[in-house]
Design a protein around this ligand. Sequence first.
Ligand code: BGC
Length: 415
Amino acid sequence: MKRTLMSAAIVASTLATSAQVASAAESLSVLHWWTSGGESKAIRVLKDDMDKQGYEWKDFAVAGGAGAAAMTALKTQVMSGNAPSAAQIKGPLIQDWADQGVLVDIDKSATDWKAQLPAQINKTMMSKGHYVAAPFSVHRINWLWINKAALDKVGGKPPTTWPEFFALADKFRAAGITPVARGGQPWQDMTIWETVVLSQGADFYRKAMIDLDQKTLTSPQMLQVFQTARKIQGYFDKGSTGRDWNLATAMVINGSGGMQFMGDWAKGEFANANKKADVDYICAAAPGTSNAFTYTVDSFVFFQQNGKKEATLGQLALAKTIMSPAFQEQFSLYKGSIPVRQDVSMDKFDACAKKSYADEQTTIKSNTFFPSFAFGDVQSSATEGAITDVVTGFMNSNEDPQEAMRKVAAAAKVK
Ligand code: BGC
């Protein structure tokens, strides 16, 4: 009996060995939220690259712009002992996950990263002196996207101030075009609101969204932010509640919508629809924000596999590929972003990306290159969630601006 079990075990292990040899490829399970047309095209570049290197890609795409649903799915996977090889996470959440002791470091793949990354982004990729996240690209948030034919039709020009913006919005409305194509999800309301905060000046943004300074959060300028946001709300269409961001972008692509406030993944949608910058659409810094740059940086973190504290070969290869110049270029060309690596040529990029790159360089120097609050690049998810709840409540109602301002100041204390 004993011998039979033993030989069965030997047979089984021989089978397992040959099976392993047959499928030597390490499989990489990857959790992310890139599911729109442009986003899928961009992440496919990484999948194909890893395929070529002999790794099997197991895709866990969790739909939902800005990743709220993906973060919930990730928690479930980790708690049930099925942590993915890599997951899309950004900002302070990277350090939170590292503090849980479930990540591996990828130092071996990060040999030149310090020299190649803007200092503040480099810092975000690390925990306790080790690299735990690999960055993809820099997305600019404070953009306004405008349909060029619609703009020409109403004889308008890209607005640089709020009065110009509202004058243009009125023209669009008179021409039967939805002035502001808005996607009605909390993070999209935050995108608009955060951009209005930035339009009050770089110092104001820093004090309000980075320092969470109570005096700034309850100032007359903050009241103006809410009043401007309320005015913008008047230019949404009735169908905007719950709408996905890419459907709002589609409105600007097909001309039923005039303008959209959105990060430059919107450009990935324009590109995917074969639309050209300056010909079919215009990218302009949102009114009053041309001297500043709010950014979000996507990154992958790497989870311990099979209880091992070291990164697997596949995880190291994945991290290295993400930061390779060739991948950085192709990914951003599809995604609408700019490479986060500083040594990638911008030659192949369009006018919007070139502008984004030039503004990135200038604002890094002038200290007005800011992590986006709305996308979790700066505060804890608790603070971000609390403020987002108030802002989206305001954008979906006719709540008094003063009252909403008071609530935001209180929410800023949530840690
Ligand atoms: C990510 C982008 C993504 C967008 C919409 C943001 O949080 O940084 O890469 O395209 O969400 O899904």
